[in-house]
Design a protein around this ligand. Structure first.
Ligand SMILES: *[C@@H]1O[C@H](CO)[C@@H](O)[C@H](O)[C@H]1NC(C)=O
Ligand SMILES: *[C@@H]1O[C@H](CO)[C@@H](O)[C@H](O)[C@H]1NC(C)=O
Ligand SMILES: *[C@@H]1O[C@H](CO)[C@@H](O)[C@H](O)[C@H]1NC(C)=O
Ligand SMILES: *[C@@H]1O[C@H](CO)[C@@H](O)[C@H](O)[C@H]1NC(C)=O
Length: 637
């Protein structure tokens, strides 16, 4: 799926340092890019009189406190544990300050020569907006705009060269500055839908792997290393629960068009493993025109929905957040979904970045002619089995999105993402070069996103070893020389407090044999947080039951378990568990996981990390033991 390096607001770092021009105020690059994405080439200078509707994303208030706020409601030792915030509290707390608005607006007037009247503040205070010509913007931001052409599609895109500058006193009040949709679309020619379909598939990531269909279907727990059934998962994680608060409880899986589940495959799965669910479907929550199309991939959606619905049984409704109108999906991103479940994110922080996110309304024929902004309610548990490499996105972009996960956590939502299937490498085994560019022959570890965001829960993979039974300890998921549970350390996010002592203990007892040039482990967010089986799930696929593997399976499995814990808490008048990381890393939860101590996650020409006693960057804290976790969470307020 997700949209990689495509339609960029590209700012090429100039080869030579900027000429030191006499200037009353010291300036420096506010944002810059290292290289042009493959396939794009500059064709001409942008005409000086083109009007750019400039949008300036303002720095929010109190963001430096967000980890403390989140710990306050999520740490089991906090007196405010479980006192989640409402949306208005979140919006008020993080609204940019009047000082921020004033500083940036005064700069536009003084340095940009912009009449005060031309500048507007978005209704929610998050953005300043002003229409300016290319000529005006070039002078204001100390840069040059070019029109770039995509050699494949002929699409054109406007971008600045060499980064853009802001005076120091302004820079600290600005997240980033973007061109707008209007500007973007006026230059962009659209690909034929066939080409777009191909483009989407080429960039799909964390795709689960499927083997040959089973000839001989076994039920129960007799062959869990080869045919992982719902019974296998229940036995492995001590997970038997009859929900009682399904009228209040909510859970969702997120899928991106054109991925879609197939009803007949779902019924084949139910008729084999959970007869009472035959005919049951997830509740479709359409985001930005979300539809179940009849082209595109079915494996991911089949796996996620069958696994989660089967584990939860017939009583708990599962919501399917289906994102995308089936036409515009090349750039569908987590932000498109986040906009729909949080109207304040959509508008307050300024909506999407045309560099990375699909833009709605979609002007293409048949496209969704609206934009979903706060239209869907976030479920208490949301599981997503897609991801990026952190290095594909800019730090400003990932930080902004990561903050949104913290806000959802503040409001009581548990966000689960699968960690990835490539060990210490990124998607498709890509690694990094010393300058940070993605390189298949690189030797530097390539962390995934949003695994590196400290405000989501990252789920790695395990397996029942060949011939082992469900009572034997599992190992890290390893399909030799092919797939491994992703884990490691972020290059953007610092280590959060809640995992400091755990990860420092690991580094002390099992120091990684790598230099910090290869793996940034000294002070970075470490992942995954926990794990679950990722191997040979027996899933309905193309009319047969077939073995499907990937951390894609682990996330919905953990999602079903946590949803059942929410059910038990809601039933006795408590709230949902929300952001779980501070709890699961705390000493109180220490014995609630099955520790995984075998296996590793090679990549980038190394052996990766080993699973060891305690937390490790392969399987995290281990796999959940539902009964033990439930007992802990029932004690918490
Ligand atoms: C910020 O500005 C708004 C609108 O001008 C005003 O209503 C509000 O009182 C100001 N807040 C502070 C803290 O000065
Ligand atoms: C387990 O399942 C695999 C795959 O279907 C099959 O080849 C194998 O014979 C089964 N093993 C047993 C002991 O039934
Ligand atoms: C089950 O998983 C193992 C390890 O990944 C793999 O070697 C085996 O082929 C899988 N079984 C099937 C039936 O695909
Ligand atoms: C290492 O991670 C930290 C965040 O923990 C970041 O500030 C730093 O730039 C990273 N180093 C590299 C080489 O990516």
């Amino acid at each position: 799926m997700l949209a990689f390096t495509r339609l960029f607001m590209l700012c090429l770092l100039a080869a030579a340092p900027y000429a030191a021009v006499a200037s009353p105020v010291a300036k420096s690059y506010h944002e810059s890019r290292r290289s042009i994405p493959a396939g794009w080439t500059p064709v001409r200078r942008a005409e000086a009189d083109i009007v750019l509707p400039l949008r300036i994303g303002l720095v929010q208030s109190n963001l430096h406190n967000i980890e403390a706020y989140l710990l306050d409601v999520s740490h089991p030792d906090s007196p405010n544990y479980g006192n989640h915030w409402n949306a208005a509290q979140v919006a008020d707390t993080f609204r940019p300050s009047n000082e921020t608005v004033d500083v940036v607006r005064s700069w536009l007037v003084a340095d940009g020569g912009i009449d005060f009247q031309r500048i507007s503040l978005s209704g929610n205070g998050g953005w300043l907006q002003v229409d300016m010509t290319v000529d005006e913007v070039e002078r204001l931001l100390g840069t040059e705009y070019y029109v770039y052409e995509n050699l494949d599609s002929g699409a054109e895109h406007i971008a600045c060269k060499g980064g853009y500058e802001l005076p120091g006193h302004v820079s600290k009040h600005v997240d980033f500055i973007t061109p707008t949709l209007h500007f973007d679309v006026s230059l962009k020619s659209r690909r034929s839908s066939k080409a777009r379909r191909r483009a989407s598939m080429a960039s799909s990531s964390f795709s689960p792997k499927v083997g040959n269909p089973f000839k001989d279907i076994q039920s129960g727990v007799s062959n869990c290393s080869e045919q992982l059934t719902l019974d296998c998962l229940r036995a492995l994680y001590d997970f038997n629960y009859n929900p009682v608060a399904t009228d209040r409880n909510t859970v969702g899986v997120v899928e991106y068009d054109p991925d879609h589940y197939v009803a007949t495959d779902m019924d084949l799965f139910f008729s084999t493993y959970s007869k009472s669910q035959v005919g049951q479907r997830p509740k479709l929550v359409a985001v930005d025109g979300g539809v179940l199309v009849d082209y595109g991939d079915i494996l991911e959606s089949n796996l996620d929905t069958q696994c989660m619905m089967g584990l939860l049984g017939p009583k708990q409704e599962v919501q399917l957040y289906q994102v995308g109108d089936g036409v515009e999906f090349k750039d569908l991103s987590f932000n498109n979904f986040l906009d729909a479940i949080d109207g304040s994110y959509c508008t307050f922080e300024g909506g999407d970045d045309p560099s990375f996110d699909a833009i709605f309304p979609d002007p293409a024929p048949g496209g969704y002619k609206s934009k979903d902004c706060g239209t869907a309610k976030p479920a208490y548990v949301i599981s997503t089995s897609y991801g990026y490499d952190e290095a594909q996105l800019t730090p400003a972009y990932v930080q902004r999105q990561c903050t949104e996960y913290a806000k959802l956590g503040l409001m009581g939502t548990t966000i689960l993402y699968s960690s990835g299937d490539s060990g210490v490498a990124g998607n498709g085994d890509a690694c990094l070069d010393p300058d940070g560019t993605v390189d298949y022959n690189g030797v530097i570890f390539n962390p995934t996103f949003p695994a590196g965001c400290p405000y989501i829960t990252s789920v790695g993979g395990t397996q029942v070893d060949p011939g082992a039974s469900v009572t034997d300890p599992e190992s890290a998921w390893m399909v030799l020389d092919v797939f491994y549970s992703s884990g490691g350390f972020s290059n953007v996010f610092a280590i959060p407090d809640y995992q400091k002592s755990t990860v420092q203990g690991y580094l002390k007892n099992y120091p990684p044999p790598y230099s910090t040039d290869i793996c940034n482990f000294t002070a970075s967010r470490a992942y995954p947080d926990l794990s679950a089986n990722a191997n040979n799930y027996s899933i309905g696929y193309n009319g047969e039951l077939a073995p499907v593997s990937g951390t894609s399976a682990a996330a919905p499995t953990v999602g079903a378990i946590l949803t059942s814990i929410n059910d038990a808490r809601l039933a006795i008048g408590k709230g949902p568990i929300g952001f779980i990381n501070p709890a699961i890393y705390s000493p109180f939860f220490r014995d609630a996981f099955n520790d995984i101590t075998k296996g590793s996650n090679p990549g980038c020409g190394t052996d990766g990390f080993n699973a060891v006693p305690g937390w490790d960057p392969v399987t995290g804290l281990g796999t959940p033991n539902f009964k033990k976790l439930l007992a802990k969470w029932l004690v918490l307020p």
